[in-house]
Design a protein around this ligand. Structure first.
Ligand code: DGT
Ligand code: CA
Ligand code: CA
Ligand code: ZN
Length: 596
């Protein structure tokens, strides 16, 4: 976590604690300050280095708060926060992660029942104690009981986009360490699952203890959970990180094993058994009679860790490809390893040729400072060109349901923007095709929030749901189908509106939606923002099976967010997407045909 993000999180915690104690106004100013600190273009550490006056340049941060920012940067703590925590010793983040439980509820339940943790909250609900507290009832109690398990689950899994950068930092650090020959991420992170339980890092080295030391030497380590001569687990930047060290000759076997998923590996192991083979983290071994020695052990180094498991004649293990090959399978890309038919496909030689990160030619969902983006049209075009993209679409928010604080453009603004985008495209020095579009809001009934005459004059129309995200399945499906069937819609943006670990969003009948999208030749978006990943992997798979086109877009609100593209690409890969399924992998001429 960056220092800015840490400060913002501490301010939000203070806001919650103050609110729980019934303090007025102050919580709002802390929350506003938190948001502005988080979004400020200059990292807090740079401002702190300049002095407290520089910190005060952040909107909503006056002298008192600026001093707290400096205090946190210098000491890692805020005294007032420590006092608030001592006064209300609750696990605020966990408790307020339960839907329907806010800081005020936490304060009231602590006063009345002494509830401090999720477990205690659940126990109180189960014992029928909550309904007895003034201001609470049986319905609230039932809701809490129902929502605690969901909160517990969400709480312990981290978003892919939060974990990846941390994991890549330790991987790269290990790659530079002397005793390390190879270092790779494994587990759910290598499979690019949308959330991850813990980070798994695998290292190849001839000197395991030295490699473990290199891992423990990482400056992000807050706490060593356990450590030994070949593995260690630590807590770093809020994540649990497991590191294992193997000899180079067994790296492929270990990488295959620790990448998982568990279901994928169990299925493989059963195939091995059918073939008189044994498969584990050390390799694939032929254990047919001819290759088994008297006591089932190999001759060398009896008694060492894993020796029983190394018995038999080894037929593979240095590389992952060898592991799959030994089972008569082609190498399965990590994103597919969920036991969802990939093993049958690998056996039949029918694995999909997945979309590759370099296949995308441009982004079709980009915001600028005309709506809630942070940069100008010119800057976003230049950044897209800089990346080597063939085209980019400028698609600011239209006004309408779900847009708050006057963020969106009305029809007149959009007409004005047409000229501005055309000018910017004309001025752009780089050779990049610029499309002008809009992200229109889909209202609760499936209508778009922009006039048909304006939609017809734009190059591209994204229709996105931003409001009424609690609709039932039937209503939500009707609504989204209406949006994809609108003659001007080219892309259905973030179709469910979910935010990972935050809100579930719509739960449409994806078969029906995808069929409608295929018939209307409207693309369904894979929004690459790691808070969204919407469609998700399963949604992509359904869309593709129905023949609906896919658009993988970053929804960038600033130039740095173009880097989020990879999360969309790998999510699409998890949904078995091939290059031809994705409209923004097409050359500009063929994309233009699609949009027309
Ligand atoms: P996570 O951390 O919950 O997001 O999911 P993973 O898949 O990273 O799981 P993790 O960290 O518990 O273990 C990493 C990999 O190690 C897992 O994907 C497969 C392998 N593994 C762990 N435990 C078992 C097991 O009991 N049996 C088998 N076959 N493989 C296992
Ligand atoms: Ca893991
Ligand atoms: Ca693990
Ligand atoms: Zn957007």
């Amino acid at each position: 976590m960056s220092l800015s993000a840490e400060v913002a999180a501490r301010f939000e915690e203070m806001a919650d604690l103050l609110e729980a104690r019934g303090v007025e106004y102050k919580p709002r100013s802390y929350r506003r300050a938190a948001e502005n600190v988080r979004e400020h273009p200059t990292p807090v550490e740079d401002l702190v280095a300049e002095g407290v006056e520089a910190v005060e340049r952040i909107d909503g941060v006056g002298e008192a708060l600026a001093e707290k920012v400096v205090e946190y940067a210098e000491t890692g703590d805020i005294e007032e926060l420590a006092e608030l925590r001592a006064d209300l010793p609750v696990d605020m983040a966990a408790l307020t992660s339960v839907e329907g439980v806010g800081p005020k509820t936490v304060g009231a339940l602590y006063e009345a029942l002494g509830v401090t943790t999720l477990d205690e909250l659940e126990a109180a609900a189960e014992a029928g104690e909550i309904r007895e507290v003034s201001g609470f009832g049986a319905k609230t109690e039932a809701n809490i009981r129902e929502n605690v398990p969901f909160a517990r689950q969400a709480q312990k899994r981290e978003r892919l986009g939060d974990a990846r950068p941390v994991a890549e930092a330790i991987r790269d650090r290990l790659r530079g360490a002397d005793p390390v020959e190879r270092a790779e991420l494994a587990g759910s992170l290598r499979r690019w699952r949308e959330t991850i339980g813990d980070v798994d890092v695998l290292v190849a080295s001839e000197d395991a203890p030295a490699a473990v030391d290199a891992f423990l030497d990482w400056d992000a380590v807050d706490d060593v959970i356990e450590s030994g001569t070949t593995k260690a687990s630590v807590r770093a930047r809020g994540l649990r990180v497991d590191c294992r060290v193997v000899v180079p000759d067994e790296f492929g076997a270990a990488l295959q094993y620790f990448t998982g998923s568990k279901d994928h590996n169990v299925h493989l192991r059963n195939i091995a058994i059918e073939r008189d083979l044994k498969m584990n983290e050390y390799g694939v071994f032929d254990v047919s009679e001819a290759h088994r020695d008297a006591d089932g052990r190999t001759a060398s180094g009896a008694g060492a860790d894993g020796d029983d498991q190394r018995a038999g004649r080894r037929v593979g293990g240095a590389t992952e490809a060898e592991m799959y090959d030994a089972l008569g399978l082609s190498l399965v890309p990590p994103e597919l390893r969920e036991d969802r038919g990939e093993i049958e496909a690998a056996r039949a030689g029918r694995l999909p040729t997945l979309l590759a990160p370099g296949d995308l030619r441009g982004d079709l969902h980009v915001h600028t400072d005309w709506s809630d983006g942070t940069e100008s049209v010119e800057a976003m075009i230049a950044a897209a060109a800089e990346r080597g993209d063939d085209y980019v679409a400028i698609t600011d928010h239209a006004t309408g349901p779900g847009m708050v604080g006057g963020v969106g453009l009305n029809d007149d603004d959009l007409r004005e923007q047409m000229a501005a985008v055309a000018d910017a495209a004309g001025d752009a020095t780089a050779d990049i095709e610029v499309f002008h579009g809009v992200e229109a809001n889909v209202d609760a009934d499936g209508n778009l929030s922009v006039g048909d005459d304006v939609l017809a004059d734009l190059d591209l129309v994204i229709a996105s749901p931003h409001s009424a995200l609690g609709q039932d399945r039937e209503t939500a499906t009707d609504r989204l189908v209406a949006a994809v069937e609108h003659p001007e819609t080219d892309i259905l943006g973030h179709p469910t509106g979910r935010r990972i670990n935050d809100r579930p969003g719509l739960d449409p009948d994806l078969d029906r939606l995808a069929t409608a999208a295929a018939d209307a030749n409207t693309a369904l978006e894979v929004n690459a923002n790691p808070h969204r990943l919407d469609l998700n992997d399963a949604g992509v798979r359904t869309a593709i099976e129905a023949g609906a086109p896919i658009a993988v877009d970053t929804d960038a609100h600033g130039v740095n967010e173009f880097d989020l593209r990879r999360y969309g690409v790998h999510t699409a890969r998890r949904g078995w997407a091939e290059t031809d399924d994705v409209v923004n992998s097409r050359p500009v001429a063929s994309l233009s045909t699609f949009l027309a």
